[in-house]
Design a protein. Structure first.
Length: 373
């Protein structure tokens, strides 16, 4: 009876202080992702796996339920404990990333995943990204370090992570990590000319890798096929995606009437926006984009009234990471960007992606809740 009473008090305190509009919006986005998973993957499961037509949906449901638990855990921690545990989890994630080239699972020429008994094909970088934001914020807000040391130390850390990602290879996640770092150093007050010099250096190194390192020939292929519509299998996928968006029109073809999910591999992850647009129309995409914009607005509204610089940086980094990933995913789907294999936060199918998004949501909810008891 006493344990139940303690749990009730803990839950009541959590519910009283949590930012309910942000929580409701996060749950709504996950629910929308579940719905579209149900209507977009049933035929894939029955055709390719010769099994229950709801196979992928039930897996997605399990991941989302796991994500809700993760959100509750991270949002209920005290801020000092959140920072402490994040450092530990960051180190574990770095170790996992180091192990990927050694024990990782190779899929289509890339080693990005580790098989875990509870989460097959787990991608360490997905879990590392949220904690990287916190680590960078801690570095930039450390008063014992001078400004040059902060930037050099953070640059060294980003270089190590980028190198581990390049080895896999995974240029998309590398760009996302570097972008997150650039957002935080810009927000922390770096000289704009120094930031521009870093950008040019990064662009030079990326160009060199793509042109002169054989391991990155596949990126050349994606870029050339992006500009030349007549070549490349990745171009085929992008063309099918944009054709599906066009054929869906404003209100779509109707539930189950789309064909993209059967013509393009991994459509329920990399091209979920096109799948949604084909069956439910551009109106559905506009509603989803509006929900993302509302989420971003609500988080930045909280940042405006926050006095702690570290919390400000973590919130800016977390919401920018979600925004950038969503932008890349949508850009690929409408042929503004070459194919990257980037999932859409909250909506795309995939355990690693859902876990990563849930951690980010939990961190955001933790740092935006009321500070009173």
């Amino acid at each position: 009876m006493q344990i139940d009473n303690l749990f009730y008090k803990f839950y009541y305190k959590w519910w009283k202080n949590i930012d309910k509009p942000i929580l409701i919006l996060v749950v709504l986005l996950f629910t929308i992702g579940l719905f579209f998973s149900l209507v977009s993957t049933s035929l894939i499961a029955s055709d390719k796996l010769d099994t229950n037509s709801y196979f992928f949906f039930f897996k997605h449901l399990i991941y989302v339920l796991m994500g809700i638990i993760i959100i509750f855990i991270f949002s209920s921690l005290e801020t000092n404990k959140l920072l402490k545990y994040s450092i530990i989890l960051f180190l574990i994630s770095i170790l996992s990333l180091v192990l990927v080239p050694v024990i990782g699972v190779e899929v289509k020429g890339s080693k990005r995943w580790i098989d875990l008994f509870f989460l097959p094909r787990f991608q360490p970088i997905e879990v590392l990204k949220p904690f990287l934001i916190i680590i960078l914020a801690i570095i930039f807000c450390n008063n014992r370090l001078n400004i040059i040391t902060k930037y050099l130390f953070s640059a060294f850390l980003i270089s190590i992570i980028s190198l581990l990602l390049i080895i896999q290879p995974d240029i998309g996640q590398t760009l996302l990590v570097v972008f997150s770092w650039a957002v935080l150093i810009f927000t922390s007050g770096i000289n704009i000319y120094f930031l521009f010099a870093i950008f040019l250096l990064g662009l030079f190194l990326l160009t060199y890798l793509i042109i002169y390192v054989p391991k990155f020939d596949y990126i050349q292929g994606r870029i050339f096929s992006f500009f030349n519509r007549e070549t490349g299998s990745h171009n085929f996928q992008s063309d099918k995606a944009i054709d599906s968006i066009t054929s869906g029109g404003f209100f779509g073809k109707g539930i189950g009437e789309g064909t993209l999910k059967n013509r393009v591999p991994e459509a329920h992850t990399d091209y979920i926006i096109s799948v949604i647009s084909e069956e439910f129309g551009v109106v559905a995409i506009m509603i989803i984009l509006l929900l993302f914009l509302i989420l971003i607005y609500m988080v930045f509204k909280k940042i405006r009234f926050e006095n702690d610089d570290m919390i400000k940086l973590i919130l800016i980094g977390s919401i920018s990471l979600i925004l950038m990933q969503a932008t890349i995913h949508i850009g690929v789907n409408i042929r503004l960007l070459p194919t990257t294999g980037m999932t859409l936060p909250f909506l795309s199918y995939g355990g690693s992606s859902i876990v990563s998004t849930s951690i980010l949501a939990g961190i955001i909810l933790n740092l935006t809740k009321r500070k009173i008891n």
